[in-house]
Design a protein around this ligand. Structure first.
Ligand SMILES: [Zn+2]
Length: 212
């Protein structure tokens, strides 16, 4: 345990974040703040494990452990509300997720752009096409929640073989990004054209629906 603490401290100094209790179940919380606490937002009394630490620095630089007044659930809800209040906050959040150091471990592509640089790419597109998906022409949304909203803004790497790098990102609706998962922009165009031609013929009654 002692050994582990030293490692933890070393990594912390390097700026690497290791959470010893990623599920929030840190026994020190009970020692410091008792077993239960009432959330200032929902007013429910919950287990102290449902509350996050709030680390503050004393003037001398040392850390003082404090606990959040609102429960983790309320804080999560609030974040979702904030990120879904306007498209720019929503995009900022998307970029933050991409830039997380843990993203690579999760199998995501590297991001070589700084946050500002990335946001600048969004601003450039927004000034030209606003919330319109440049690929599908539909209005992109920024709705929250767990499930995937197909019209929501998402970040596409134009060339799927390249990283999130300058000149290789575009902001498109989720559904377009899903189509792009295995194909290039050009291939998606070709497939869509084939489908459009079939739909047009069906509408003109030139072709009978097979098996329909
Ligand atoms: Zn609460």
């Amino acid at each position: 345990m002692r050994h582990y603490k030293a490692l933890y401290e070393r990594m912390r100094r390097k700026g690497v974040i290791i959470r010893r209790h990623p599920d929030g179940k840190d026994p020190r919380k009970i020692e410091l703040f008792g077993k239960f606490k009432t959330c200032s937002k929902c007013k429910e009394t919950k287990h102290i494990y449902d509350f996050d630490f709030k680390n503050r620095r004393r003037p001398d630089g040392s850390q003082r452990h404090d606990i959040q007044a609102e429960c983790g659930y309320c804080r999560k809800l609030q974040k979702i509300k904030k990120y879904n209040s306007d498209p720019h906050s929503y995009v900022l959040r998307l970029i933050q997720i991409i830039r997380q150091p843990s993203a690579i471990k999760k199998g995501r592509r590297r991001c070589t752009m700084e946050l500002d640089e990335f946001m600048n790419e969004w601003q450039k597109q927004y000034e030209i096409t606003g919330l319109r998906c440049p690929k599908l022409g539909i209005k992109m949304t920024y709705t929250g929640g767990e499930s995937k909203v197909i019209t929501n803004i998402s970040i596409d790497r134009i060339d799927g073989k390249k990283d999130y790098e300058l000149g290789n990102v575009q902001f498109v609706s989720n559904i377009y990004n899903i189509m792009k998962q295995h194909y290039t922009d050009e291939e998606v165009d070709e497939i869509c054209l084939l489908r459009v031609n079939v739909i047009k013929k069906l509408e003109n009654g030139q072709e009978k629906v097979v098996g329909g």
